[in-house]
Ligand binder design. Structure first.
Ligand SMILES: NC(=O)C1=CN([C@@H]2O[C@H](COP(=O)(O)OP(=O)(O)OC[C@H]3O[C@@H](n4cnc5c(N)ncnc54)[C@H](O)[C@@H]3O)[C@@H](O)[C@H]2O)[C@H](O)CC1
Ligand SMILES: [K+]
Length: 513
């Protein structure tokens, strides 16, 4: 994923502070950086919240440099003609915050009690940034709850006050922002699902963090990265095709999918795979589903397999798995096809395991089986949602999502795509774990069948020669961006999986233009 490092790296508060210290030690004054950051915040406020619609702005100011940022913003907004009021939320302040307080008073900005901010059109949250040390409690917690009850738009500087910068959890209570301007580098806690209800729309305000300082603190094998969706799609899609290429050189993908109970999943995975542009698509289904699937995907080679009494695939007898460039196994398979799943793992062909393909191997606990997974020479991709992940790795879900995912990857050496409001993809790179967060999605995707489309897309990209990590990341970004685009056209209720699959390619044209 080729973008400047500062646009993609995810850091903890301690790492951000260490990078900031290098900036200061090299000669940049703290006050100068605060001015630079605050001016950029002010410019963004002017774009997002124009004066004619948001004339009265209330500043919530804490004791640290987050409060200092807010005071510089207050000064600038005042000079630009807004009606600014400031509420100092804490009695003491750091020296730099104190001098900005004095200046703001001297130029006539009123300092008021909290309740006097209730008539504002916009609130700026500069109470805590990455310096939050303990739970928000007592009167301060009551103030946070009061602010949240007002229904006034709130723009949070760096992060919503009360959110843990690293874990994204609420420390006591937190401000529910409508917009968050993350300063400098992406903070870990802002990319964690439980923080989402507090963050609103998330943006990063760049202040030209020097790359050498980032690398000095993070090293060159930093694990946590945020995908830039537009860059990712432009870099990888559409997959270029030589002018005289043959369909057999564009990958042959096998889907091992479907059961009488879950027939639709086979079709949805096939539609996702088709959109990937894969050269040849074969679909192994229980024989009773063959005509149904063929009618929906006439361009695929549909293979009717022997089936169990319950209508699941009984065996892949007669299929030479070695002739495929990739296999997707699991969508709608049911739990009666477990032996088939084992067969696909034993084949050592690049493999995507989804849904019942994952349930068939849950929990991953037997040391011999783990060794078998580790010793595969070809890519193995797991695509669990949270529930499937917990069943796969019951001992790991106790820690936070990012840590749990990295531990799972270290355990079984697979590429794992953990689905959710912030889908994360982790894998080993040069034997070290790496994790990418897909930062944009839509709740429109919380719908049966979305995951089947995704699994097919990943398989199609894998069969065409993308690495396992690139296949998973590119498919996740494409899937979610197409869903966002479709939701904009048809509302959040209109993103059913068939429509989504049909929208994948038209959406791609809009990205390229
Ligand atoms: N490189 C950058 O990202 C820049 C960051 N800036 C801004 O500075 C803040 C971080 O500032 P800092 O002073 O370290 O911390 P805070 O402003 O978050 O506040 C800490 C302050 O609050 C006290 N405190 C902590 N927890 C509690 C609590 N639960 N209850 C009461 N009081 C608490 C603590 O003792 C401190 O006094 C960063 O987020 C940016 O907004 C720079 O301005 C520009 C560069
Ligand atoms: K804040």
């Amino acid at each position: 994923m080729n973008s400047p490092i500062s646009t993609q790296v995810i850091v903890t508060a301690a790492q951000m502070q260490a990078i900031e210290n290098l900036i200061f030690q090299s000669g940049m004054p703290v006050a100068a950086l605060m001015e630079k950051v605050a001016l950029k915040i002010t410019q963004r406020i002017a774009q997002l919240y124009p004066t004619h619609r948001f004339p009265k702005v209330g500043m919530l100011v804490g004791s640290g440099h987050n409060g200092g940022d807010a005071l510089v913003v207050a000064r600038e907004l005042h000079h630009q003609g807004r009606q600014v009021k400031i509420c100092s939320m804490m009695p003491k302040a750091k020296p730099l915050t104190r001098v900005h307080t004095c200046h703001a008073k001297a130029i006539g900005i009123p300092f008021v009690s909290l309740t006097e901010l209730q008539d504002c059109d916009l609130l700026i949250d500069g109470i805590f940034g990455f310096g939050l040390e303990r739970d928000v409690a007592g009167d301060l917690a009551n103030s946070f709850n009061l602010i949240n009850s007002w229904q006034i738009p709130i723009l949070a500087i760096d992060l919503p006050s009360g959110l843990n910068c690293d874990r994204g959890d609420v420390m006591g209570t937190a401000i529910r922002a409508t917009h968050t301007l993350c300063l400098g580098l992406w903070k870990r806690g802002l990319l964690i699902e439980q923080a989402l209800p507090y963050i609103g729309i998330l943006e990063r305000v760049d202040f030209d963090t020097p790359e050498q300082f980032i690398i000095e603190v993070l090293g060159d094998r930093h694990p946590l990265w945020r995908v830039d969706p537009q860059t990712c799609l432009r870099q990888y899609l559409p997959i270029p095709r030589p002018i005289s290429v043959h369909k057999y050189n564009l990958g042959h993908l096998l889907l091992v999918v479907g059961s009488q109970r879950y027939a639709g999943a086979a079709i949805l995975a096939a539609l996702g795979a088709k959109a990937s542009g894969v050269g040849m698509l074969s679909i192994a289904v229980p024989s009773s589903l063959k005509l149904l699937v063929l009618a929906q995907v006439p361009d695929a080679l549909v293979i009717g397999c022997p089936e169990t009494d319950s209508g699941a695939i009984d065996s892949l007898a007669g299929l030479d798995l070695q002739k495929y460039q990739a296999i997707v196994c699991g969508c709608g398979l049911s739990l009666d096809a477990n032996s088939v799943v084992k067969q696909t793992i034993d084949s050592d062909i690049p493999l995507v395991l989804d849904a019942d393909g994952l349930n068939a191997i849950s929990p991953v606990a037997d040391p011999n089986f783990i060794r078998k997974l580790q010793s595969r020479t070809n890519p193995l991709i797991f695509t669990p949602h949270g529930g499937e992940f917990s069943r796969l790795f019951p001992d790991l879900m106790t820690s936070d999502r990012l840590d749990a995912l990295i531990s799972a990857v270290e355990l079984c050496h697979a590429t794992i795509l953990l689905k959710g409001a912030r889908t994360m993809i982790s894998f080993l790179q040069d034997e070290k774990p790496r994790l990418w967060v897909n930062p944009e999605s839509t709740p429109a995707l919380a719908r049966g069948g979305s995951g089947d489309v995704l699994a097919g897309m990943i398989g199609g990209l894998l069969a065409q020669g993308l690495s396992s990590s690139d296949s998973a990341i590119v498919a996740a970004v494409w899937h979610s961006q197409a869903a966002i685009s479709l939701a904009n056209q048809r509302s959040i209720m209109g993103v059913d999986p068939i429509s989504l699959a049909h929208h994948l390619l038209p959406f791609l044209i809009t990205v390229a233009s």
